[in-house]
Design a protein. Structure first.
Length: 446
């Protein structure tokens, strides 16, 4: 029997982890995105389990990153991402396996709603105490209203009136089979608004459109997280650039090694500051770039059409989101360039310091060689004087020895004996001193 790779099932299921929801209007949806960090997945999963427990529904299994459940009064979809989670609540959607729906159909039916758009929300059905305890901080919040093709027709002014902030984007989808209005704002209730009017889309197409719209709103907020960081570090990098310019200018003006060491110390401190900034911003800038790409992909897949009097989402975000992303990209590039400049300046300065130190060491060695040569000559002089002094005392001893022998009756001339011994004494002492010196030199070399 073939042995499966341990990740085969997990990798295969990943393609089906986030299925599109099939929807028909009317539908009321609330979508929130909670920024909780990379280490809160288990806490969030446990919190979703507490919600399921209240409604006697099976909790998400350990390791689950996507979970959906019919909780009776509302339907919930929870998705865990790398650093945030989204919670999507449907007011009218029901599980297609429930008896009040036609289970033979793949279409998710919905109850008819008798309210104006945004007069009711899906999140008001969620237990308040559970909602207040959701891990993380809310970064995304949006109410979405989906109206069916049988909903009453309204004038453009009536549609716009549902958005307190008049600056909104609007477009058609799939050649006019649906119309979308979206404000990309935060209203007094803390949520943005999306209104979709369906004129003939299939349930799966509606589900895909809704999911992409919610993802656009989520990912554009995640992408913008790096903008305050770029603004925060902008002044610091400008100051670092001025400091680097000052250091490089001083490098060309000064040649003293002590000043070079001082400059190298300043450059090392500047390098540490820049590396700290890079460590603090690199992940956020990279993540924002990835989120921005996701926003552009989702907009492209919507296949927007023009609606008279409104900007399409692509144009709306290109005018507002793209400049912010350009700022972040420019800051990331500026940080990388500054880091490379500091590295080059540091390498150049270290090379100059090393060369000057080598020159100093070479001069020191020459001075030491000269002093050693002088010391050797002095030593040889001292050795000569030492031989002369010792010879004098040895010859004196020979003289007194000869004189003593003469006193005992031997007929010798003490002065002659002393004079004759002088060359032999001097030669013997000189050879002895040289031999001792050679032995010492040999031992020092070993």
């Amino acid at each position: 029997m073939l042995r499966d790779h341990p990740l085969r099932v997990e990798l295969c299921n990943e393609l089906h982890a986030r299925p599109f929801t099939q929807l028909t209007g009317p539908e009321t949806i609330t979508h929130i995105g909670m920024l909780s960090g990379e280490d809160k997945a288990e806490d969030e999963r446990a919190h979703v389990g507490l919600l399921c427990q209240r409604f006697n529904v099976a909790a998400p299994a350990p390791g689950t990153k996507h979970f959906m459940a019919d909780l009776g009064h509302f339907y919930v979809v929870w998705e865990r991402h790398t650093e945030f989670s989204t919670y999507t609540f449907f007011r009218n959607r029901k599980d297609p396996d429930r008896k009040e729906y036609d289970t033979a159909s793949t279409v998710v039916q919905a109850k008819q709603m008798n309210h104006e758009p945004f007069s009711k929300t899906a999140i008001e059905l969620v237990p308040v105490d559970w909602l207040n305890a959701v891990p993380g901080h809310r970064l995304v919040g949006v109410h979405l209203e989906l109206e069916g093709h049988d909903a009453p027709e309204r004038t453009m002014q009536e549609q716009v009136a549902f958005f307190p902030i008049g600056n909104l984007s609007a477009c058609t989808l799939r050649g006019g089979l649906a119309a979308v209005w979206m404000d990309f704002s935060i209203n007094e209730d803390g949520y943005g608004r999306i209104l979709i009017k369906d004129y003939g889309l299939k349930p799966r197409q509606i589900g895909r459109a809704v999911q992409r719209l919610l993802e656009i709103d989520t990912y554009r907020m995640m992408a913008l997280l790096s903008l305050p960081l770029a603004q925060q570090y902008g002044d610091r990098l400008a100051k670092a650039g001025r400091v680097l310019k000052d250091i490089t200018t001083r490098m060309t003006d000064r040649r003293d090694v002590d000043n070079e060491k001082e400059l190298l110390s300043e450059l090392t401190e500047l390098s540490a500051e820049i590396e700290q900034a890079a460590a603090a911003t690199n992940y956020r800038f990279s993540a924002s770039k990835a989120y921005h790409e996701l926003v552009k992909q989702r907009i492209l897949k919507l296949k927007e059409g023009n609606m008279d009097g409104f900007q399409r989402m692509e144009s709306f975000l290109d005018r507002r989101l793209t400049p912010a992303m350009r700022t972040c990209e420019a800051m990331a590039l500026r940080l990388d360039t500054l880091s490379k400049r500091v590295a080059r300046a540091g390498q150049l300065l270290r090379t100059r310091v090393d060369i000057q130190l080598e020159e100093q060491n070479s001069a020191l060695l020459k001075s030491m060689d000269k002093r050693a040569s002088i010391q050797l000559r002095l030593q040889e002089t001292v050795e000569g004087l030492s031989v002369a002094a010792i010879s004098y005392y040895v010859v004196s001893l020979i003289y007194y020895l000869a004189k003593g022998i003469k006193t005992s009756g031997v007929d010798i001339n003490a002065s002659v004996v002393a004079a004759v011994s002088i060359p032999f004494v001097v030669a013997a002492l000189w050879l002895g001193v040289r031999r001792v010196r050679r032995i010492v030199e040999r031992e020092s070399q070993d």
